[in-house]
Design a protein around this ligand. Structure first.
Ligand SMILES: [Zn+2]
Length: 523
């Protein structure tokens, strides 16, 4: 009798509380009794035990109460587990291949195919449900990736905007006629650059460039600023601050964000002065003075600038992998990592061990000679401090890492607007394995002293907010896309939680992590 009364009371209680509130689902998933870690719409991290209900591609409920459901759904017991929003990597290069350079693609078609077939699953395996390609120079690759059903969401910035004779045209040694035929930006404020009369400069005006970009699906544009602190003799053209301000104004009118690749103090100062939205890469080049190049005492001017970047809430993508992926190549043990077996096909792994795949190492090792010839005034004073190239490399990478860590510390203490990004695929180096690279990047942030809460926010809410995607992703809230990770450990307690994923929910599809590995496909 007692039992019956209790049951009756419970039923009455539920129906009173939710008298007319129930959820009708056709393909629902109820995640019960799980620790939900997410951010509220103002950016505050919430951490509570609750329930999540999804239907098809959307989250239709999240909260402490148990929802009443009608229709067809399955239940996941979330006890002892953690639900977080799917991760966002806001700096990737999807058409670059980790391990195969552009010249090698034609003769390795099968490997290329296998790499791209694994790409979406590799990102999902490490919980990346949204990717932003910051330089969509190969629209067909993006289109092909978007046709795959189970994959991360993909957003793009337009193909990089370049002023005539910029750093990249100079580095690629692209022929003059090719430069004129490119969709370069005409910097009318820079009198150094001369054009033949045959070129219609109006086609290359800020207005024209931006309106062309805005016609496509892009959400951002990327531009480049590299100066002499990169170690090269600066004989290329930099954008003027006038043209940059024009570009930013026009881009904002079209709702496009502006990302600037700027790794130096001068570059980041320029970015702040011209109203750039997002700075790509940590400030790892502090000076062009060779005697001072390895000095890791952060100057007052640099501190002041970083404080300004933090206070102005400018988006900041440290992408530590850009540097440390090179260091990993020189160390040479990366390709032996067990984890790669879960990401790549046996054939691809075999390739990574082949002689042909060592081109990236050779390219890094060739740099001293190149710099010595091209810019001896800069190179010789640095090289003379060391007995060998190896010793120099070791100290250089150590100093880069330390500089990045100091920069991130200062930004972190001042609650900067960190945006999580990896520079995945940079220079086609094999030490950028899709997905796993994000996990490595996170570990670098921990090493730099960034608190776990900031890392969590940078990879979820901050990215979604900055790129204006917060309406649909970045938090676990009603109405958002069902991109959710179910973790076995707490990401606010250990970074390893991001490699301890049980399920990935992508666009409402529930996938066991194991099924995303390359091992699984073989069975
Ligand atoms: Zn990049």
């Amino acid at each position: 009798m007692k039992k019956i009364i209790l049951i009756l009371l419970t039923i009455i209680h539920i129906s009173c509380q939710n008298s007319n509130k129930y959820y009708v689902v056709t393909e629902g998933i109820l995640i019960e009794n799980i620790t939900i870690i997410s951010t509220d719409e103002s950016g505050k991290i919430e951490n509570y035990t609750g329930n999540i209900l999804t239907d098809n591609t959307k989250i239709i409920y999240s909260g402490k109460d148990i929802p009443i459901i009608r229709g067809s759904f399955k239940t996941i017991d979330g006890q002892g587990k953690y639900a977080i929003p799917g991760l966002i990597d806001s700096h990737v290069h999807l058409n670059n291949i980790a391990g195969i350079n552009f010249r090698q693609r034609k003769s390795n078609e099968i490997l290329v195919k296998e790499y791209f077939a694994r790409l979406p699953k590799n990102f999902l395996y490490f919980g990346y449900t949204t990717l932003i390609d910051v330089d969509n120079y190969a629209a067909n690759t993006i289109k092909r990736l978007k046709k795959i059903r189970i994959r991360p969401e993909i957003y793009t910035c337009a193909k990089k905007v370049q002023v005539m004779d910029d750093f990249e045209m100079f580095m690629n040694e692209s022929p003059q006629n090719e430069r004129y035929e490119s969709s370069f930006l005409y910097d009318k404020y820079n009198g150094n650059i001369k054009f033949p009369d045959s070129i219609d400069l109006e086609k290359h005006s800020v207005n024209n460039i931006i309106s062309n970009i805005a016609q496509d699906d892009n959400i951002c544009i990327k531009i480049l600023y590299e100066d002499a602190s990169s170690g090269f003799k600066q004989i290329w053209e930099l954008p003027t601050s006038e043209i940059m301000k024009d570009l930013v104004t026009e881009a904002h009118k079209e709702g496009l964000l502006v990302i600037m690749h700027a790794t130096s103090y001068e570059g980041q100062k320029f970015a702040v002065e011209t109203g750039i939205d997002i700075i790509a890469h940590a400030m790892w080049n502090w000076t062009a003075i060779p005697q001072d190049y390895l000095n890791t005492n952060i100057p007052e001017s640099h501190k002041k600038l970083l404080l300004d970047i933090a206070n102005k809430r400018i988006g900041y993508q440290p992408t530590i992998r850009t540097i440390l992926a090179e260091k990993d190549i020189l160390e040479g043990s990366f390709k032996d990592k067990e984890i790669l077996k879960l990401l790549y096909t046996p054939k691809y792994l075999e390739w990574l061990l082949s002689e042909d795949a060592q081109w990236s190492r050779n390219r890094i090792l060739a740099r001293p000679k190149f710099l010595e010839q091209m810019n001896p005034e800069f190179f010789v004073p640095i090289r003379s401090q060391f007995n060998s190239d190896e010793e120099m490399f070791e100290e250089l990478y150590k100093s880069f890492e330390l500089k990045i860590q100091k920069v991130m510390n200062l930004l972190s203490e001042n609650n900067a607007n960190f945006l999580f990004g990896t520079d995945n695929g940079a220079m086609n180096m094999y030490t950028h394995p899709p997905g796993y690279n994000g996990y490595l990047e996170m570990q670098h942030w921990v090493d730099a002293g960034v608190p776990l809460k900031q890392i969590f926010k940078a990879a979820t809410y901050n990215n979604a907010k900055e790129f204006d995607l917060i309406e649909s992703i970045g938090t676990i809230n009603t109405g958002k896309t069902a991109n959710i990770l179910i973790l076995n450990s707490n990401p606010l307690e250990t970074i390893e939680a991001y490699n301890d994923i049980q399920f990935v929910l992508i666009n409402g599809d529930l996938i066991e992590r194991e099924k995303l590995s390359s091992n699984y496909e073989e069975k």
